[in-house]
Structures are given as structure tokens and as C-alpha cells.
Design a protein around this ligand. Structure first.
Ligand SMILES: [Zn+2]
Length: 86
């Protein structure tokens, strides 16, 4: 029995096709957690500063992953800061 190593950081928010997810299997999905892509082949990429800015400009509030465990905001020098919600 093998125990593949997740390729996603559990404390990072990723864009998974059209969803914001964190690196946890319950949020990203077990396939994405281990191969970094969805079952339909879309590669996950970490949230970027432009994403956070665009999200706020669109009036969508705080950018959180789907399980709402993590929130992305902008820190100094427009660096993305990921914080745990709970
Ligand atoms: Zn999550």
C-alpha cells in the first residue's frame, strides 16, 4: 500500500478550474491534492495578488476557499497573505 505525498500546501488557496480551494482533500478534492490538477485536467495554481484585487473590486468580499478555512488578503508590497479563518 502506498501513501502518495500531497503536492498541494494545505495552507495555500488555489484556483481549481473555477473554484477557490485550499490544499485539503475535503476542499480541493483528493485528485487535485495529489497531482495538482482536477480530474478534468485543469491545473491548480496558487492565488495571486491580482486575484485578490479583482475579487475585492468586484465586490465579492473576502476571498476564501470553498470550505472557508482560509482567507486571502493583501499585505505589504501587495503580497498575498493567507490566513486561517478558525
Ligand atoms: Zn478549503
Amino acid at each position: 500500500m502506498t501513501h502518495p505525498t500531497p503536492v498541494l500546501d494545505p495552507d495555500q488557496i488555489y484556483l481549481s478550474h473555477d473554484r477557490w480551494v485550499c490544499g485539503e482533500a475535503a476542499c480541493a478534492g483528493i485528485t487535485a491534492q495529489h497531482i495538482g490538477a482536477t480530474t478534468s485536467g485543469a491545473r491548480l495554481r496558487p492565488v495571486a495578488a491580482d486575484d485578490v484585487i479583482g475579487w475585492e473590486r468586484a465586490g465579492l468580499g473576502a476571498l476564501t476557499c470553498e470550505c472557508r478555512r482560509l482567507t486571502a488578503s493583501l499585505g505589504q508590497d501587495n503580497a498575498v497573505v493567507i490566513e486561517r479563518s478558525a
